[in-house]
Design a protein around this ligand. Structure first.
Ligand code: ZN
Length: 411
């Protein structure tokens, strides 16, 4: 058996760290958290903290190229694919062994990773985002004819969104997403930060349109998650039966109570707001988008507090777009400032696992789960801010395969 040993183990359940123990695994599953036994092949991560493989519940691997040239169709399919494969591999090497892609990829990338040809985390995807005409994710110039949007579809690689404007069109689009490898649906039901033709305060889609997606999801024992910033939009989503909310910027006490009562989850996305506010120039986004970022991170931090206090299951996602998708652990660092380090770690491990429906497979270091193991060379409970530097990740094991070990070369 292989035994990963370090200074302490934080198992993702919220229990106190364990010292003088190892994560022992045989093949792709964890066998035991316990002492190193005779005959074990020891991976010694002295001084490191051992964690479960991290989970990012909101990624966009299909948006891995500079946004504006990509949308203007100035990049070849080969360049788009190369960027996607790079971001996919880098995400795994940062310690994220499972991701939920909330819009843009389909079965193609999943197959390429599953086959082992492209290194990457295990991926759940929703296919193309369901968006209304002119809504968030219909990201193009108002000078373009609406039918030209579809010319950006690259089936088997990436399709950002599909436009639908009636329950019937939503139904058809939802069915096609499932045909193309989706395991859940994502619907944009309010304006978004990087939109050009809507406002953050807008609602998008009608309740019957959202319901059409929910019915398709439920027929497959799946679910709908909604991109939503404002409270009216979130209320529409909940009324239609959506099970998860992305961003949730304006959530207040009353809405948080309703979400908790109905078991609606929240995946906030602090890191993208933080980075956009800081590195706007690198994003290749339109200038008019800049003002839309102001104040969103602060409001989202408040929403996280309110939702957590109300008992909503609050996961963790980066929402990075563009070519620079590094240091995803920033989401954990920012979250720790709001809820403390242990809850921030749980959000990116066991809580995310539950939200994405893989709680029996990943998210904690427990016997029977996938041997997804990460070591970081700092104490996350003392210095959670260091999660923001993925250079501090020293070991990544996915399903029993060591995909990164910075100590191995040093010996
Ligand atoms: Zn997103």
């Amino acid at each position: 058996m292989i035994a990963v040993r370090g200074a302490q183990i934080i198992d993702g359940t919220g229990r106190d760290p364990v010292r003088d123990a190892a994560v022992r695994f045989d093949g792709d599953r964890i066998a035991e958290i316990g002492p190193v036994r005779p005959g074990d092949e020891v991976i010694d991560m002295e001084g490191c903290t051992i964690l479960p493989g991290l989970i990012d519940a909101h990624v966009h691997f299909g948006l891995a190229s500079p946004i504006d040239p990509m949308m203007a169709k100035e990049l070849s399919i080969a360049e788009r694919a190369a960027d996607m494969f790079r971001v996919c591999r880098d995400t795994l090497h940062q310690g994220f062994t499972t991701v939920r892609d909330t819009g843009g990829i389909d079965w193609g990338l999943l197959k390429a990773v599953d086959s082992g040809q492209i290194p990457g985390p295990r991926i759940l995807c929703c296919g193309a985002i369901l968006a209304q005409t002119g809504g968030h994710a219909h990201y193009t110039s108002p000078n373009e004819c609406v039918h030209e949007w579809r010319s950006r579809e690259l089936p088997g690689l990436t399709t950002l969104s599909v436009l639908c404007d009636s329950p019937d069109q939503v139904r058809a689009a939802a069915r096609d997403n499932y045909r193309r490898g989706a395991s859940f649906l994502k619907m944009n039901i309010t304006g978004g930060v990087i939109s050009l033709t809507d406002s953050l305060d807008d609602t998008q889609f009608t309740v019957p349109e959202i319901e059409a997606a929910v019915i398709e999801a439920q027929a497959r024992r799946s679910y709908v998650t909604v991109h939503a910033h404002n409270t009216q939009g979130i209320r529409n989503g909940i009324a239609a039966g959506a099970r998860c909310v992305e961003h949730g910027t304006d959530i207040d006490e009353e809405l948080a109570e309703e979400m908790a009562a109905l078991g609606v989850h929240l995946v906030p996305t602090l890191a993208v707001m933080h980075i956009h506010a800081r590195d706007f120039e690198d994003m290749s986004l339109h200038d008019e988008v800049r003002a839309r970022f102001s104040g969103v991170e602060e409001k989202m931090a408040r929403a996280i507090k309110v939702a957590t206090d109300a008992g909503v299951l609050v996961g963790s996602g980066t929402d990075y777009v563009g070519p620079k998708q590094d240091n995803r652990g920033l989401e954990i660092a920012l979250r720790a400032e709001i809820v403390g380090p242990m809850k921030a770690i749980m959000a990116a491990t066991s809580v995310n696992a539950e939200i994405i429906g893989l709680a029996d497979q990943v998210g904690t270091l427990e016997p029977g789960k996938f041997a997804d193991v990460v070591a970081v060379d700092f104490d996350p409970l003392a210095e959670p801010g260091l999660f923001a530097d993925s250079g501090r990740t020293a070991l990544v094991v996915k399903g029993g395969d060591v995909v990164r070990n910075d100590r191995a070369g040093a010996r």
